[in-house]
Design a binder for this molecule. Structure first.
Ligand code: HEM
Length: 87
């Protein structure tokens, strides 16, 4: 199954957590670091990135995991030129 940005997590029937217990994902720390760096870069490229005003952020119906059904972000302008650096 390929990555689909517009996917609906609820219809996929899979979750995106790192598991638990003895088989807890050994790459969780690396994955979290990668996501943090990616989000920092995104925010640097798009300083106007913000939550869509007025949206109601609804939790996904799952008592085990914290997730949201949808969270809309808005970008008002084209990317800045400054952050072309590589990490
Ligand atoms: C967002 C990224 C990732 C997600 C959502 C994820 C998710 C998971 C989950 C749910 C499990 C548990 C599977 C089970 O219980 O059978 C797992 C196990 C594992 N993951 Fe990840 N993972 C991610 C990234 C990575 C990365 C970056 C690495 C390695 C560099 C990695 C290596 C492993 C390994 C080796 C296991 C098996 C651990 C064991 O069975 O003891 N994962 N992962």
């Amino acid at each position: 199954m390929g990555f689909k940005l517009t996917r609906c997590v609820l219809t996929l029937g899979v979750h995106l957590s790192f598991g638990h217990g003895i088989h807890y994902c050994i790459g969780a720390a690396l994955a979290k670091l990668e996501v943090r760096l990616a989000l920092e870069e995104l925010a640097q490229h798009y300083p106007s990135l913000h939550l869509e005003p007025g949206q109601i952020i609804t939790p996904a119906p799952n008592f085990m995991l914290r997730a949201y059904q949808e969270m809309v972000l808005v970008i008002d302008e084209s990317p800045t030129q400054q952050s072309t650096k590589s990490i």
